[in-house]
Design a binder for this molecule. Structure first.
Ligand code: GLA
Length: 373
């Protein structure tokens, strides 16, 4: 649809084939990976749909060495921790280290560095993909070599093993494929997602606001929604193939399953909003009308049809929408807490302090995971 539009770029063919990884002979290697925020398209990745994430300037740095000892310690301003063995799974982030080491050890010709430190500037567990950022930086520092596809896939397998939740590829794609000044139009319908870069319009500012709410329900709800969507697709076909014009027929097919219909309606309309926003960005204009409509409808769909929001979050979205300079505000990521993404005029950063003592960050976009030289 948007291929060839002014804001869409194919960078030297398929970016998934770009190689990643450092020199296996280096005794020590440092790598860095960003976090991500999703502008549009939530709960669409595991439904063969579309999403529009950006990689952000906050991220994770991992430095690892070969050695007889095994251990990864965290060196973070936020919560200093010491871990002396990769078999220790408390604190919880070390579960990702253990899972990743297990997966990398199974790869042919991969000798992994097992001793080092990680540090992050990302708030942990706030829906900004701190785990995907840890996975990607650590995989490169430990010694993974391949292409961007293989890095994203290894990170996703690590997430599955560490959390028991079979998430989609959105987070790992965003932190591996990120490109400064751009969002990524990701199409999950193929065997491996297709990534195209879209420049962010001049004049747009993005901020992330922490809702301050707990995400304890998240994993349970995530698994439930996945199985509902699987059930629905057995009745109406792959959800990613459906468009708004199919809603009437889908409603008839799901007359006995009103809850499944709501889930499917979210996926269909959310994919449509990804296309609308991407088309608007592709013109290069900061079109506040399109942003305001798509963000508002998306949040209401996540809340009403997909039921992954909370009343306090819905109230916060309404309060933020009323601030000067705001074009749109919506929940981003899996839901039940985490963060909101706010699009606004770059030169009029909203006065979030008017609402209360909120934690928030201005988004700087970033390139994806890489070895540091
Ligand atoms: C989490 C998952 C992603 C995606 C989002 C919702 O972040 O890890 O795969 O499903 O939720 O869009």
């Amino acid at each position: 649809m948007v291929g060839g539009d002014p804001g869409m770029e194919m960078v030297g063919g398929d970016p998934g084939m770009e190689t990643v990884g450092g020199d296996p002979h280096e005794q020590s290697l440092c790598a860095w990976a960003p976090g991500r925020v999703n502008l549009m398209g939530d709960h669409t990745d595991y439904n063969q749909g579309l999403a529009l994430p950006v990689a952000i300037g906050m991220g994770t740095r991992a430095c690892m060495s070969y050695g007889k000892t095994t251990g990864v310690s965290e060196n973070s301003d936020m919560s200093p921790l010491q871990v002396t063995s990769d078999a220790q799974v408390d604190p919880s982030w070390t579960g990702f280290v253990e899972a990743l080491a297990t997966i990398l050890r199974r790869l042919p010709d991969t000798h992994i560095r097992t001793c080092g430190t990680v540090s992050t500037t990302l708030p942990i567990g706030k829906g900004l993909s701190s785990s995907a950022s840890l996975e990607a930086s650590l995989a490169l520092a430990m010694g993974l070599r391949g292409n961007k596809r293989s890095l994203a896939t290894v990170c996703q397998k690590t997430e599955w093993m560490a959390t028991g939740v079979e998430c989609g590829l959105l987070d790992q794609i965003a932190v591996v494929f990120g490109k400064q000044g751009h969002c990524m139009f990701v199409d999950f319908s193929g065997k491996f997602p297709d990534v195209q870069y879209v420049s962010l319009p001049e004049g747009i500012g993005l901020s992330i606001v922490d809702t301050g709410t707990s995400r304890s329900l998240q994993n349970v709800a995530y698994n439930d929604r996945q199985s509902e969507c699987r059930k629905a697709s057995e009745l109406v076909g792959p959800l990613g193939n459906l468009v708004p014009g199919d809603l009437g027929a889908v409603k008839n097919a799901l007359l006995d399953h009103p809850q499944l219909f709501k889930r499917v309606r979210h996926v269909i309309t959310e994919n449509h909003r990804v296309r609308q926003l991407c088309e608007s960005f592709s013109t290069g204009r900061f079109d506040t009308k399109v942003i305001s409509e798509t963000f508002a409808l998306s949040h209401r769909s996540l809340s009403g049809d997909y039921e992954v929001s909370l009343k306090v979050i819905d109230d916060l979205v309404v309060a933020i929408e009323s601030l000067d300079g705001v074009a749109g505000c919506r929940m981003t990521g899996a839901g039940f807490g985490g963060c909101l993404i706010v699009a606004h005029d770059k030169h009029r950063v909203p006065d979030f302090g008017r609402i209360g003592s909120l934690e928030w960050w201005q988004v700087e976009t970033s390139d994806g995971a890489r070895v540091l030289t």
